[in-house]
Structures are given as structure tokens and as C-alpha cells.
Design a protein. Structure first.
Ligand SMILES: [Zn+2]
Ligand SMILES: [Zn+2]
Length: 331
């Protein structure tokens, strides 16, 4: 095949794994999609639904000697649109079977009922966190983002922690929640390779996004606590390389994880010092922790703040009181 004209070329990582760099319109930059030539031709993630991403995916596959129509199954690391937006397009063309964690399903389906519950959860959370009412429009923006960069699709096979990936029997599924409640990583013992999605990224620290409770009732998951636990699980494993969802291959996963875990404690120290001069809401703390970023990236920065407040709360280092429906934290 003549591949000289292709702008996006796949990078061969092992005899059976190829990496494809797919552009995204988001600040995170390109997303890495992996092609695994196992018993079935498998894609891990697909990229967002944009023309540029589609072109990169088809060209990248072509350079690896594969047509989109030949893809037989698609595993999603998690439900974020930069990873799964063009799922339906690939599925329609190829008839591929889709596999993901159960928590990915309502997002991938763009289930209207779930989206309503999702909006309601964030409305209450933001109000409790002291977010000014004129900033609450951000909640509707999430919806719009989902609908712009993905389209309703479906998950055929639900994957669970420690099971083997069907038709990719060397690969084990690891449930690694925190960045997202649907987050899976894949691990192959033979060559100690992990496909890490957004769980382990080399050049940026992954965010533990706040999400609504799984069963639509009860308390929200403590996502930063989950994330740290899942990181520790991976630090205990023998891993030669992590094929990350963004950026370069990670070859020093233990050092990286230690640095990430350590960074959490320096951030809790900062929070404690900010609370030393009096009680504050999660929103006020967010504006102080991320003065240049909070307006543009409120869900992300508020998640960071609330996650670290959760850590301090578990350790009984902060206390909280409610006034007129808003939570105020103090030492
Ligand atoms: Zn993500
Ligand atoms: Zn991502």
C-alpha cells in the first residue's frame, strides 16, 4: 500500500500494537487511540466526533494496513468525548462490537433521563459549593459539549475488573476509577504493557472529576480518594510501559504515581493555609487556588478543590457547616 500521502501515520509500538494520534478541539491536545491486532482487530478508544479526527483515524489505520470497515471490536477506556465521540460512526461502518464499563453506558447513549439527573446533581453541588448563580450556565454547557463532539451510540458488552478482554485474551481489564467512574485500563502480563487511558498520563496530572452517584441516589463517590487508590494499585504492579491516552509512553510509572500522590498533599497544605484566616466555600477556595483558570475551567478546578477538601475531611483536618444551603469549611 502506498502510504506516502497520508498525513497521520500510526506508530508501531509492539508487533501487534499501533498508536494513532488523533487531534481534538480541547485544551488537552491530541488523544491516543490504540489498534491491537489480536484474535479480533480491536480499537481502544476512537477520538472525538470531528472531521479532523475522522480523517486522522482513517489515515492512521490505513498506514497500519487496516480499513475502518475491518475493525471488529472497540474497547472504551472511559466515557469522555475526546475518547469516544466518534464511536457510533466507526460502529456503523464496521459493525464492530463495543465494550466498556457499565458506568460509560448512559453517557455513550446520551440518555436524556440520565442527563437530566446529571444536571440536577451538578446544580445542587454547585449551589452548595457557593458558585454564583450567573455561573451556573456552565452546567448546560456540558450537555452541549457532549452533543457536539459525540452522538448517541451503544455499548454491547459490559466489562468488569480482572476479567479478560474478549478476543484479546492476553489482556486483563482493570477498573481504575477516579478520573472517571467508567475508567478502565488494560494490562498484558507477557510484556508488562498497560493501556492507561487518562488514568496515568506523563506530561499532565489527570483530574479526578466529580461525578454523580452510580445508583442515582446516595452520596457522590469521593473521586480523588478513588483515583489515589487506583493509582496505588497500579504502582504495585510490574509495568514496563504505560500507553497513555495523551502524550508519550510512560516508562517510570512508579515514580510518576509517587509524584502525583505527593502533589495531593502539597495541595491540601495550600488549602489548610487558605483556611487559616477563616471559613470559605469550595468556590471561594477554587478562585484562590486557580486564580487564572477557574473561570474558564470551572468543573475541572472545582473538582480539584472538592477532591482535596474530601481528603482533608477524611483526615478530620477540616470541618464543615451549612448556612442557607451553602457549605462553609473551616480548620
Ligand atoms: Zn478523560
Ligand atoms: Zn482524555
Amino acid at each position: 500500500m502506498d502510504t506516502r500521502e497520508l498525513r497521520t501515520k500510526a506508530t508501531q509500538i509492539t508487533p501487534d500494537i499501533y498508536s494513532l494520534e488523533i487531534p481534538t478541539p480541547f485544551s488537552v491536545g491530541a488523544v491516543n487511540v490504540y489498534l491491537v491486532k489480536g484474535d479480533k482487530l480491536t480499537l481502544v478508544d476512537v477520538g472525538p466526533k470531528t472531521d479532523e479526527a475522522w480523517q486522522a483515524l482513517t489515515e492512521g489505520l490505513q498506514s497500519a494496513g487496516v480499513r475502518v470497515e475491518e475493525i471488529e471490536q472497540i474497547v472504551l477506556t472511559h466515557h469522555h468525548v475526546d475518547h469516544c465521540g466518534q464511536l457510533e460512526k466507526v460502529r456503523q461502518l464496521s459493525g464492530a462490537v463495543t465494550l466498556a464499563h457499565p458506568q460509560a453506558a448512559p453517557y455513550v447513549e446520551l440518555d436524556e433521563d440520565f442527563m437530566h439527573f446529571h444536571d440536577q446533581f451538578f446544580l445542587e453541588l454547585y449551589q452548595k459549593s457557593g458558585v454564583p448563580s450567573d455561573m451556573l450556565v456552565i452546567i448546560a454547557k456540558f450537555h452541549k459539549l457532549m452533543k457536539t463532539f459525540s452522538e448517541p451510540s451503544r455499548i454491547d458488552v459490559l466489562l468488569k475488573h480482572k476479567q479478560r478482554v474478549p478476543n484479546l485474551e492476553e489482556w486483563q481489564v482493570l477498573y481504575t476509577p477516579g478520573h472517571s467512574q467508567s475508567h478502565l485500563s488494560l494490562y498484558r502480563e507477557r510484556d508488562r504493557t498497560m493501556i492507561g487511558g487518562d488514568h496515568i498520563i506523563g506530561h499532565i496530572s489527570s483530574n479526578a472529576f466529580i461525578e454523580p452517584p452510580r445508583d442515582r441516589s446516595g452520596a457522590r463517590p469521593l473521586t480523588l480518594v478513588q483515583y489515589r487508590t487506583a493509582l496505588q494499585m497500579c504502582a504495585d504492579m510490574e509495568v514496563e510501559r504505560v500507553l497513555a491516552g495523551h502524550g508519550e509512553i510512560v516508562t517510570d510509572h512508579r515514580e510518576l504515581i509517587l509524584a502525583r500522590l505527593q502533589k495531593n498533599w502539597s495541595r491540601t497544605d495550600t488549602l489548610r493555609s487558605l483556611l487559616a484566616d477563616g471559613e470559605k466555600t469550595a468556590y471561594e477556595l477554587t478562585t484562590l487556588l486557580f486564580p487564572t483558570l477557574y473561570e474558564k475551567e470551572l468543573p475541572l478546578t472545582l473538582s480539584e478543590t472538592i477532591g482535596h477538601i474530601d481528603l482533608l475531611t477524611i483526615l478530620h483536618q477540616v470541618e464543615v457547616k451549612e448556612k442557607d444551603g451553602v457549605l462553609y469549611y473551616h480548620l
